[in-house]
Design a protein around this ligand. Structure first.
Ligand code: ZN
Length: 98
């Protein structure tokens, strides 16, 4: 079963969020994906300037922290646990113990 959870930073800034997705491919190992938001809040000319700087080797990428609440840490643990269960079930299906 697929799973998707949104985690918003404790500071409540909409730019500080991640989405954790687990895709149960059933015949392949499950995929565990962490999607981060992009800096798309710049006005158009600043985005063009950032693109020009990137083209000439000066990436302007910035990283933000996402501070998780205790409840979100538990939800993240549940995501990891869900991934582990899918992976274990697939491994047992593909390599049954005699
Ligand atoms: Zn934040």
């Amino acid at each position: 079963m697929n799973m998707k959870e949104l985690f918003v930073c404790e500071c409540h800034d909409n730019h500080h969020m991640v989405v954790v997705s687990i895709y149960d491919c059933q015949k392949h190992p499950p995929e565990f994906s962490i999607s981060v938001t992009a800096d798309c809040h710049l006005v158009w000319y600043r985005r063009v300037w950032a693109a020009v700087k990137y083209a000439f080797g000066q990436p302007s990428l910035s990283w933000h922290d996402v501070l998780l609440s205790e409840a979100d840490v538990t939800r993240l643990q549940n995501c990891i646990s869900h991934y582990g269960k899918i992976k274990t079930a697939l491994d047992q299906h593909q390599n049954p113990v005699p």
